[in-house]
Ligand binder design. Structure first.
Ligand SMILES: Cc1cc2nc3c(=O)[nH]c(=O)nc-3n(C[C@H](O)[C@H](O)[C@H](O)COP(=O)(O)OP(=O)(O)OC[C@H]3O[C@@H](n4cnc5c(N)ncnc54)[C@H](O)[C@@H]3O)c2cc1C
Length: 498
């Protein structure tokens, strides 16, 4: 490619939930962004049905949480029943707000969410969405990438130049092929029939909990959706024909233990193969991956899309800072090193949960010993840690999520600080020079004067301060004022960002 000025800072290939979230984050960051999407509109059938508190925090960051809230319901949790219907594993979700400032588990209808994310793009003048544009080639040069695509509405070939290209183009990613990345196969590949039904009459007895029917003859999952939507996911055995399995008569036979044809309408019945894999290389030069293009998981934890939303939150500010000249492109090396171990842990746990549902590995999979007694095992899932990359110092809080605090002015802390790095600190601990350096470097500051909960949180962890990245993960924490000066110096120095 010639040394020409790019038309866009970032071209995103694909406007699924991850591409649309990334585009909103880049729009918020003032980055000139083009989204190229093959389809005319958002896919009308849901795949994801659950997202978590951390995703809602990202939606808050892009100013869309209030639009999304009326379209979600809270999930009370998941129960695992054995073939006799006995509760063997209980995974309740608290109905209280978590330290993220949101609820742990939301159920939603994916097309509703995607519509809100896509409509949200209209708020950013520097973000453009071109539907029905099928990207087929990427040529990377020293100053940017030539992105070639077909405009499917006219049949014309077109091209744009971008400083960076992010492939949010799903599991069969074209961008991944141009990066040349192989996949690290984590070994889970199973076919499941996914049935979405719209209830025609109330069936409160089906319940609000997700139920995993751990029946070795035919493992199955029931999930309560929003409104009258209900989902069943049912194992397809290796010797069964996928096409025949999704035929209406067979579907109703499989559903007969829960509902009858006069009680519901089938919206969709399709056999999916759930995979578990992580791309070996998430970046090559100016090409990057996010979402399903970078990783795929069985859906048992409801974390596939959530992981992609986290990718977007981790990546957007790094691209912004590089494009603004605040740091150099090597910052992008921390994207895969931070995100990949995090998503790997979730995928491995999802595979183990799949083992439980298949009743292959309760004791090996989750809680050895306890599972053999009659009492159900209680499952608690700890959020994985961010991988290494930007951590400063050796405090164990690095890589954990920072809490969202309620401010004395009644606002939520993320609304005040925005999509920026933040130092959480007792005001008295901060020297005048450190304060000046932080302000000059554009870092936000939250002190005990701003947030009444902050001194308690600092005390609880026996720290004087914590530095938090724009994606809300803690980069470093310090125990005293001497360490604090070093943390501030590191945070303010571009070379220490990378
Ligand atoms: C049955 C099922 C249940 C699930 N449940 C959950 C759940 O409860 N919670 C959860 O978090 N996740 C869940 N997932 C996973 C979740 O659906 C995916 O992780 C998520 O949709 C991936 O989003 P994405 O934006 O990365 O990719 P996609 O949604 O696949 O979007 C990719 C986009 O790129 C476009 N595209 C592709 N190639 C090109 C090209 N060359 N040019 C232009 N455009 C292109 C496509 O048209 C598409 O719009 C589930 C998945 C399944 C199958």
């Amino acid at each position: 490619m010639q040394n020409t000025i790019p038309d866009f800072d970032v071209v995103i290939v694909g406007r699924g939930p991850v591409g649309a979230t990334l585009a909103n984050l880049l729009g918020l960051s003032g980055v000139r962004t083009l989204v190229l999407e093959r389809e005319a509109r958002a896919y009308h059938l849901p795949r994801a049905v659950h997202f978590d508190d951390e995703c809602m925090r990202v939606f808050q960051t892009i100013g869309l949480a209030d639009d999304i809230l009326p379209h979600v319901i809270l999930s009370p949790g998941m129960r695992f029943l054995n073939a006799e219907g006995r509760l063997i594993l209980d995974w309740p979700r608290s109905q209280n707000l978590t330290p993220m400032g949101w609820h742990l588990s939301y159920r939603f209808h994916q097309p509703d969410l995607e519509d809100i994310l896509i409509n949200g793009l209209g708020r950013w003048p520097q973000v453009e969405l071109r539907n029905r544009c099928d990207v087929f080639a990427l040529d990377e040069g020293a100053s940017g990438v030539r992105v070639r695509y077909e405009d499917l509405s006219t049949g014309q070939l077109a091209e744009v130049r971008a400083a960076y290209v992010v492939g949010c183009d799903g599991a069969r990613s074209l961008v991944r092929r141009f990066i040349g990345s192989g996949m690290d196969d984590l070994g889970f590949h199973e076919r499941w029939l996914v049935v979405d039904a719209l209830l025609g009459r109330d069936r409160p007895d089906l319940g609000d909990y997700s139920i995993q029917h751990c029946d070795p003859r035919r493992p199955a999952t029931y999930i309560r959706g929003t409104g009258n939507r209900r989902r069943w996911e049912i194992t397809v055995h290796p010797d069964e024909d996928a096409q025949a399995f999704a035929q209406p008569a067979k579907v109703w036979e499989l559903l007969s233990r829960w509902i009858a044809p006069n009680e519901a309408e089938i919206e969709r019945a399709a056999v999916y193969t759930f995979h578990s894999a992580i791309a070996e290389q998430w970046r090559k030069g100016r090409l990057l991956l996010a979402g399903d293009s970078a990783h795929q998981t069985p859906p048992f934890l409801g974390q596939g899309m959530c992981a992609g939303i986290r990718d977007a939150a981790n990546l957007a500010w790094k691209l912004r800072d590089i494009l603004l000249g605040r740091t150099d492109a090597s910052l992008l090396d921390t994207y895969q090193s931070e995100r990949s171990p995090h998503v790997r842990e979730f995928i491995e746990l999802a595979i183990r949960l799949g083992g439980v549902i298949n009743t292959k590995a309760i004791e090996a999979g989750l809680a050895a010993g306890e599972a053999r007694s009659d009492a159900p095992v209680k499952l608690e899932v700890r959020k994985p840690l961010l991988g290494s990359g930007l951590a400063i110092g050796d405090h164990l809080l690095a890589g954990h999520l920072a809490p969202q605090l309620t401010l004395t002015n009644g606002r939520r802390s993320d609304d005040q600080t925005g999509y920026a790095s933040v130092l959480l600190v007792e005001k008295a601990a901060l020297s005048k020079s450190a304060h000046t350096a932080l302000t000059r470097a554009g870092l936000a500051l939250l002190t005990g004067d701003d947030a009444v909960d902050l001194p308690r949180w600092l005390d609880e962890h026996d720290i004087a301060a914590a530095l938090v990245s724009p994606d809300r993960y803690i980069r470093g924490a310090v125990r005293n004022e001497a360490e604090l000066d070093r943390l501030v110096a590191a945070a303010c120095s571009c070379t220490n960002l990378i």
